[in-house]
Write a protein that binds this ligand. Structure first.
Ligand code: GDP
Length: 307
């Protein structure tokens, strides 16, 4: 049965982002000028998940560019200027672990965002670079299933999993993981955290405690980063999650998952623009190899491709 299944190549698997195609259609319909053109362009930006304020700003800037120039926008000009407006806020977070330091990546995000899968993908990727074993810390002690799932992923990618019982203190798990890594000479720890967003006060309290323990145990000489996982299909909800986590504990890098399942794509630009956060990876599927380093130019090309 497996032999007969057609092997899809990566381009066939991912749905095309619709923004570029809609821009092409808009230009055909409106001829690239006039008030209706700018209004529709603003709507397209909102529909592509850029968020209302960024959409207004971008269209205002485009209007200014055009001021005084005769004729309407050509497709090439519009795409080039859109790229020029979006590009400056896009930043890359390099998460390649420094082999001379101990590194802790604390992975944050709401339940279902793709944290556990992403932790496994990162472990899979960094296993080639990191000396020693990679340690996964089962810091989502609130869900028994999350601990078990991390254990399964750990086995699959050859990483050691540090865990405690369901309901135990997540700070204690992180503490154990750091000490266990130090004892074994392991350099990289990737830690899961609980993703309940029901109450901001609790979230801040819980994460602040983990944050304090991680800082104290690692010391300044080591590398500690908080990585937020956002599901690309959640639209402006994803924007709110980014704001909440960033305000709560400070985010160092973002990974956007399910980018393969989203036909939009503007959320990366929206988060970059509003929160000035760098992106490390885009998740482009459920397989271990479907974690692609964020590349601003490739992102812009894909977002604005019109075919
Ligand atoms: P968690 O609750 O945040 O730990 O989320 P999980 O890691 O359990 O992921 C939730 C679901 O999203 C699972 O079915 C994953 O296979 C799926 N998932 C995670 N990342 C991606 C991705 O990049 N693309 C796709 N299509 N699915 C993903």
């Amino acid at each position: 049965m497996f032999g007969r299944r057609k092997k899809l190549d990566k381009r066939e698997q991912k749905p095309v982002k619709v923004f570029g195609r809609r821009i092409r259609d808009l230009l055909l319909r409106r001829g690239g000028g006039g008030e209706a053109f700018y209004e529709e362009l603003e709507d397209l930006l909102v529909e592509a998940d850029f968020g209302a304020s960024a959409a207004v700003e971008i269209v205002d800037e485009l209007r200014e560019f055009r001021n005084g120039k005769p004729g309407g926008w050509s497709r090439e000009e519009l795409i080039s200027d859109l790229k020029n407006l979006i590009r400056p806020s896009l930043r890359i977070a390099d998460l390649s672990p420094d082999p001379d330091k101990m590194t802790l990546y604390l992975v944050l995000g709401v339940n279902g965002a793709g944290k556990t899968t992403t932790i496994a993908k990162m472990a899979y990727l960094f296993a080639q670079e990191s000396p020693g074993k990679i340690v996964l810390a089962a810091g989502d002690t609130f869900r028994a299933a999350a601990i078990d799932q991390l254990e399964i992923h750990g086995k699959r990618v050859g990483a050691r999993v540090v865990r405690q019982d369901h309901g135990s203190d997540p700070g204690a798990v992180i503490y154990d993981a750091i000490n266990s890594a130090a004892a074994h000479g392991d350099k990289l720890i990737i830690a899961d955290t609980a993703g309940r967003m029901h109450n901001r006060t609790n979230l801040v309290k819980e994460l602040s405690k983990i944050d304090r323990i991680a800082r104290e145990q690692l010391g300044k000489e080591n590398d500690y980063r908080k990585i937020l996982v956002i599901d690309a299909t959640t639209g402006q909800n994803g924007m709110r999650q980014a704001e909440t986590f960033h305000e709560a504990i400070g985010v160092d890098a973002v990974i956007m998952t399910k980018y393969d399942s989203s036909a939009k794509g503007g959320l990366v630009a929206a988060i970059s623009r509003k929160l000035n956060l760098p992106f490390a990876f885009l998740g482009r599927g459920e397989g271990m190899e479907d974690l692609v380093p964020f590349n601003p130019e490739a992102y812009l090309d894909e977002l604005l491709a019109g075919d």
